[in-house]
Design a protein around this ligand. Structure first.
Ligand code: ACM
Length: 383
């Protein structure tokens, strides 16, 4: 009916190994839904989130995605953090011909006509991070990751990028379980100390990120000489490990809280009013926020949220996100984003040390391995 509310599926993990980042993705989604509804909904139709906790478990993601589609009758889902969860939901949205918006940095090398990917692909973070770390620290890298697909693939890509450089070497590659404890990291840190890489590339995700960085600090290693570089360690993980432990380590991402744009400042203000000071905006929060607005705008134009109607209005659409003006690519369903590199400062925020001057086109299959428009050092690096 013309003014009936519209249910949308919201499927993140508010419990389990990735619950801190999952909670922030949920909050980013709910902020945008509130903004859409405050502005009168989509042509007078209120958006009503149907929210489930997927417990950081790919099998639960799959079951709940099916439930959202079959029982709750949603046409569009917003969700997933770990790539293993997206891989579990992908065949379900394809089978029912529904749409998943996925707000997370991931390893690339995937396309589904039923998914919109709004986090960074490897040509929007790994390529820049490899160039930055090898230029500033050297090309002997040690790879440490959680035991699932995103770390395997991201480490493969980082290894390939680093091995193109002079004097490069992959001196170690280790994996730990998602619920890894300090005891899992101890032998790895002993090995790192023995091998003395120039930098560590971490694809550890979720709660064990804090455990890893703490174990690194306790091992007495020095970020000035051998920092950790990551694609996933965000303000959310820093809030878990503490500012002192995080300081001096690097992350590549399209969004950091410290971006000074008016759009970011206003969005953070609205977010703080809704969720208070303790919530931690981060790259996945921002993607969750802007993708909901992209959906709502396309829904308004299409007059329907059925995939056949709405998809043509999503593809090619743009939005003034906190990171800058983003655009959904028409051919590969990924997003034009702004690569940035930040180093954690003593306040637990990222000082942005490099940033693209224009949005970089997504190249999820790394056809070009290029640096895109990666020319301007906004801040000189002071280590
Ligand atoms: C991830 O698994 N895409 C962080």
């Amino acid at each position: 009916m013309a003014n009936d509310p519209v249910r949308v599926g919201v499927l993140f993990s508010t419990s389990g190994a990735t619950s801190t980042i999952g909670c922030s993705q949920l909050q980013g989604t709910l902020l945008a839904i509130q903004e859409v509804n405050d502005a009168g909904g989509v042509d007078g139709r209120e958006l009503v989130p149907v929210i489930y906790d997927a417990q950081s478990d790919p099998a639960v993601y799959a079951a709940l995605a099916e439930r959202l589609i079959v029982q709750d009758r949603v046409n569009v889902l917003f969700g997933c953090y770990m790539s293993s969860s997206r891989k579990a939901v992908l065949p379900i949205v394809e089978r029912w011909n529904k749409l998943l918006f996925y707000p997370t940095i991931y390893e690339g090398f995937e396309f589904s006509s039923n998914i919109i990917y709004t986090g960074a692909a490897p040509n929007q973070n790994s390529v820049q991070l490899a160039e930055f770390m090898t230029s500033n620290f050297g090309a002997r890298v040690y790879l440490v990751g959680s035991d699932y697909i995103f770390p395997y693939e991201s480490n493969r890509i980082m290894g390939e990028l680093v091995l193109q450089r002079q004097g490069s070497d992959k001196v170690g590659e280790r994996y730990v379980p998602l619920n890894a404890s300090a005891a899992h990291f101890k032998p790895i840190l002993d090995d790192i100390r023995a091998k003395q890489p120039d930098f560590i590339f971490s694809t550890v995700v979720g709660d064990s990120t804090a455990t890893f960085y703490r174990a690194y600090a306790e091992a007495g290693l020095d970020p000035k000489r051998m920092p950790i570089a990551s694609l996933t360690t965000s303000e959310a993980e820093i809030s878990q490990m503490g500012n002192e432990v995080a300081a001096g380590h690097f992350t590549a991402a399209p969004y950091f809280q410290s971006i000074q744009s008016a759009q970011n400042v206003l969005t953070l203000e609205r977010f703080r009013r809704m969720f208070g000071q303790d919530a931690v905006p981060n790259m996945c929060w921002e993607a969750a926020y802007f993708q909901l607005h992209i959906f709502a705008n396309a829904f308004r134009q299409a007059g329907s949220d059925e995939i056949v109607d709405i998809l043509p209005h999503i593809l090619g659409s743009e939005f003034d996100a906190p990171q800058g003006r983003v655009r959904i690519d028409t051919t590969n369903h990924h997003t034009c984003l702004y690569p940035r590199i930040g180093v954690v400062n003593s306040q637990g925020k990222f000082t942005i040390v490099r940033e693209a001057t224009r949005a970089v086109h997504p190249d999820p299959y790394l056809v070009t391995h290029s640096l895109g428009d990666w020319t301007t050092a906004l801040t000189s690096l002071e280590l």
